[in-house]
Structures are given as C-alpha cells and as structure tokens.
Ligand binder design. Structure first.
Ligand code: ADP
Ligand code: MG
Length: 592
C-alpha cells in the first residue's frame, strides 16, 4: 500500500482505542470535563450498563455557541495554550482528545449554555459528521449524551462484559472522582433508578458521612485522619486503623493534586508505614491527598492520565512514609473521653518526669529497658504500685483511658474499669507491643551496632549490585555493614549489624542494595530488624497463665497508654476492647 494520510475520523477512532476502553472511561472523561468547568453538581444517568446511554449533566460554566463544534475537534482544548502550560497542568484534561474520541465510537449529543446566553445550543455528532448548533432549552451548564457506544467498533463491543460488570466499573470511576472532590455533589442512576447520591461535604464530619457508603462504617468509625504540611508538599486524608485492615487492596485511593493515580513508589511508602502493625497479606484502606506545586509533577505520561511522574521521587516517598508512620504511632489508648479531659484533682506523687497527663505517677520506675538481645528479665517487669489512690480515683470518675484493674480472667485477659465501662485487655498481645516499642526505642538510641564476622562471608551478586555496593560503601557502613568487592560478581561481608548476624545474609544484602537504589534508604534492613525484634518481643512478653497482681495490671495499663501503636500487637490484632455501659445495658435489656 502507498503511504497516505488517515482521515480525521479514523485518527479519532484510533485515539479512542487508547482513551475509551469501556463505558466507565467515557464516564471518567466526561466527569473530568464537568469538574474542569467548575461544576458544583454532577448527575450521571446510565442505561444498559452504559452501552445504551451515558448522560452527564453539570452546572458548570458551559460552552459558548461559537465553540460547540470546536469542542468536538481533535486537539481542541481551552485548558492549555503553550508548552509552559503543559508543564504545570492544573486541570484534569489538557489533550483535547476525549470528546472527539467518544464521538468517533458513539452517537454524541452535546448541549450547553453559558451564563451569557439566553438559551442553550446543541450539536450532534456521529460517523464523523457534526451538525450545526441548534437552539434548545437547558439551564446554564452542559449535558453530554452518549448513545450506542462502540456501535461501529464490533471488536470493542465484543469485549464488553455484562451490564452489571460495566455498571460496577462506572461506579468505581465515579467513586474515584468523587473522593477527589468532596465539595461537589454527585448522583448516579441506572435505568432510571437512583444508585448513589453523594451530597457535597464541606467539613470533616460531612466528609466521613460521605465516605461511609463507599468505605463502610468499619472504616469511618476507626480510620485515622491525617494532615501534614511542609513547604512545597502537603498530605492529608484518612487511613484505616491497623486493626481494621482488609484482605484485598481494594480501597486504596491516592490523589496527586486531586488526580487519582496509581503509583508504585507511593504504595511502597504506605506499605512500609504499616509494616509491623499489619499481618502479612493484609492491606490498609486509605484515601490520601498529596498536594504539590503543579510543576513538580508531570501528568502527561499516560493516555488515561492515571499515572504521573514526580520530579522528587525520594522526597515524596519519605514524606508519605513519615506522615503515615507518625499517624499510626498515635494508635494507642488516648483520652478522647471528655471525662478524662478534666483537669486532674489528684495530687501526683512526687517523682518521675514521665507522668501521665491525668496526674498519676507511673506505677513504678521500670528497670531500664533491657538490651534487645537480653530480654529474659521481662517477666518481673510489672510490679508494685500504690493501689489505694488508684481505686479512689476510679470512683471519682477521673480515670485514664484504660481505667483501673479489676481482675484477670483465665490468665489470659485483664479486666479493668474506666469511666465508660469495662475494658478487656489481651495481656500477652499488649505486652508484646510494649516490649517491641521499647526495643525499637533502644535501637534508635544506640544506632546499629555492628559485629565482626568470625569468617567473612562471600555473597554472590550481579555486577551492577557489586558496583552499587562499592558506590554506597559509606551508607552501608552507617548501617553496620562492612562490605568489600570480591571479584566482578561477588562481595565479601566482614561486618554486619549485630542483630542480624544469623539471618540469610545474601538475601538481606541484595534487598538492602536494591532498596538503596530505588528509594534511597534501606527500609528492608529495618524490616529485618523489626521482624527479628517482633519475634523476640513475642517470646519475652508475658505468657498466658501468668498471674498478675492488680498493681501489676495497673502498671501494664499505664504503660499501654504511653506506648506508641499500643492499640494493636505486632500482627495487627487489637490489644484491647471497651464494653461501654450502654453496650452492657443493651445486652441485659436494661431500661427497656
Ligand atoms: P480537554 O478536556 O482535554 O480539554 P475534551 O475533548 O475533553 O478535551 O474537551 C474539549 C473542550 O470542550 C474542553 O477543553 C472544554 O473547553 C470544553 N468542554 C468539554 N466538556 C465541557 C463541560 N462539561 N463544560 C464546559 N466545557 C466543556
Ligand atoms: Mg476532557
């Protein structure tokens, strides 16, 4: 065949192949257009899973009569003008591709009215032809109707799934966009029946209400809200409490400047942050909003715009990791209880600096934290406290979050009473967390002590890994390693972090190298150490069937309150539950 220029209709059909995969892609593009037009309310009406009809109505700025036909032209956009605009895109769209692509594979009707016009105009497109604008009735804003999607692309049509599946994808697309814009109202109907109604949510409480039908009450009742701000970068949103993880990574939404993106770097940072509070194979749920200057991200890297490229990848990885980690560290029994917000009336016993907020001295001065390797002395950790004052305080309704000891059940659970009711603590799980956190504090204080190997160990690596090890020699020695090049594809390890003397060195070293290369720091090293410490903590923690005295229990409760991440053990299981008086009354049918 001779070379020739393709017709613009065919060009649009080719573009549609990339941009319009299924009805949900049409919905996504059209909602994005409505958002770019500043809509405050968007209605999506679907028939037949989107194959028969997709109609999106917005109350945005509208399109002037003179531009209606142009909007359907390829590469026609009102959103960018020159290359410098492309480098700092603030709108969802910028390629001028969506409308012509949709019109190339469906029947499209575009109705619009701007605030300056007395009435609306509409154009129809299909088979490459566009009609002249005709006057019609419509309020200010835009309505796009897409019928018979893929009527002229049988191959695509064949790949469409059932009505329900396609509707599911449409719903997902709508959820993804609606989470980015809580201030906009969204509605979805299918075959005339309302499916979703998400009113605008302007404050925190309203946002949680709007999240509830999307994420479930489990999430909204237990999620952690976070907000971190630094010059040039901010992160906010909601993440699931470690004790409310999911078996699937299905509720993970990450937005960069309000654009939903998938990003390996970011998922890695999130996983790292949850490491040591989540069981292997469990997944957190989250909605996170990262805000960056527009020119710090390149959004022009993916046809459906679902990936972006960051200029400062390490900085972002670090910021996300640190922010989440800090939020997760706060998961411990705390005094959100109005009762314990009262100023303490009990005189604190004279002494230690580490007094809890409500004015009690800790039960005793704990022996200084044992070294990570010598944990056997832990059993005698909890002992004598001045218990008289402690009982009185309880009756004064001035109780700390976990209250005061009542008893021990079957050597496994600890019972305590706080201002709201009954507290049940899994003794072993709680002590395990306390022990682990203590070890981690110790480790942070005393850097990574390194240990000389009796026999240097040879580790086979690839040539690029060997080069990297040479290049990163200083970093490695900061981490406690002494590593020499030993031939083109081998390293000789002479020194390792003391805690890790017994682990599989070659795997560890390769993991550390690969992480140093990709993320700039060696999380896997800390992961190894954390894992090891978790095992040690588990062995050191009080076993079931050990009798604790009430003062010992009180000491345990106080320490839980001051321990980071104390709400869950190292495997993400909860360490305590609260049965409020209302719960108990309901159980006994009291007051009915
Ligand atoms: P892009 O969004 O990349 O600019 P589109 O093909 O999606 O390309 O849209 C082309 C142009 O049509 C947009 O730049 C915008 O000016 C206009 N437009 C599309 N949808 C709407 C809408 N719902 N409200 C107002 N203007 C719109
Ligand atoms: Mg667009």
């Amino acid at each position: 065949m001779p070379i020739r220029l393709l017709s613009s209709h065919l060009i649009n059909q080719i573009a549609a192949g990339e941009v319009i995969e299924r009805p949900a892609s049409v919905v996504k593009e059209l909602i994005e257009n409505a958002l770019d037009a500043g809509a405050s309310s968007i209605t999506v009406d679907i028939e037949g899973g989107g194959e028969r009809l997709i109609r999106i109505t917005d109350d945005g700025s509208g399109i002037a009569r003179a531009e209606l036909k142009l909007a359907l032209e390829r590469h026609a956009t009102s959103k960018i003008n020159d290359l410098s605009d492309l480098e700092r895109v603030a709108s969802m769209g910028f390629r001028g591709e969506a409308l012509p692509s949709i019109a190339a594979v469906a029947q499209l009707k575009l109705t619009s009215r701007t605030a300056n016009d007395g009435h609306a105009f509409e154009v129809e497109a299909g088979g490459g032809e566009v009609t002249e604008p005709a006057p019609c009735a419509h309020p200010v804003g835009t309505r796009v109707e897409v019928r018979e999607l893929f009527y002229n692309v049988p191959a695509r049509r064949k790949f469409l799934k059932t009505e329900r599946t396609e509707l599911g994808h449409i719903d997902d697309a709508l959820i993804g966009l609606s989470l980015a814009r809580p201030e906009v109202e969204f509605r979805l109907t299918h075959n005339g029946k309302p499916l979703r109604a998400l009113p605008a949510a302007l404050d925190h409480a309203a946002r949680l209400r709007r999240l509830k039908p999307l994420f479930g009450a489990e999430f909204t009742e237990h999620c952690l809200a976070l907000m971190a701000d630094s010059p040039g970068i901010a992160l906010s949103g909601y993440i699931s409490a470690p004790t409310h993880s999911r078996s699937q990574p299905d509720q993970q939404y990450f937005y960069v400047n309000r654009r939903l993106v998938r990003d390996r770097l970011v998922s890695h940072a999130v996983r790292q942050a949850y490491q040591d509070v989540l069981f292997n194979g469990r997944h957190p749920a989250y909605v996170l909003y990262l805000e960056l200057p527009f020119d710090a991200v390149d959004v022009n890297v993916h046809p459906a715009k679902s990936e972006v490229r960051f200029r400062e990848t390490r900085l972002i990885h670090d910021f996300v990791y640190r922010t989440l980690k800090r939020a997760i560290a706060e998961t411990r029994p705390n005094s959100d209880d109005p009762v314990s917000d009262q100023p303490p009336t009990l005189a604190p016993s004279p002494a230690p600096a580490q007094q809890a907020a409500w004015g009690f001295a800790p039960a005793r001065d704990y022996p200084s934290a044992p070294s990570a390797l010598a944990v056997s002395g832990m059993y005698s950790l909890y002992s004598a406290a001045p218990s008289e004052e402690v009982r009185e305080a309880s009756s004064a309704a001035l109780s700390p979050p976990l209250g005061f000891a009542l008893a021990q059940l079957k050597g496994v659970y600890v019972l305590a009473e706080n201002a709201r009711g009954l507290i049940l603590v899994d003794m072993h799980a709680a002590h395990e967390r306390i022990t682990l956190e203590r070890m981690k504090r110790e480790r942070n204080q005393s850097a990574l002590v390194s240990q000389l190997l009796l026999v240097p160990q040879k580790v086979l690596v690839s040539e690029s890994e060997a080069l990297l090890a040479e290049e990163l020699n200083v970093t490695l020695s900061d981490l406690g390693f002494e590593v020499d090049r030993h031939g083109p594809e081998a390293l000789l390890v002479r020194r390792v972090p003391a805690l890790l003397a017994d682990v599989d060195l070659s795997k560890l070293l390769r993991d550390v190298l690969s992480e140093l290369r990709t993320y700039g720091h060696a999380n896997s090293l800390h992961a190894y150490i954390d894992e090891l410490m978790a095992t040690m903590a588990c062995h050191a923690a009080v076993r079931a069937n050990r009798r604790l005295s009430l003062p010992e229990i009180n000491a345990l409760l106080r320490e839980m309150e001051s321990t980071e991440r104390a709400d869950q053990c190292n495997h993400g299981r909860p360490t305590w539950v609260e049965l409020k008086m209302e719960d108990l009354d309901r159980f006994f049918l009291r007051g009915r």
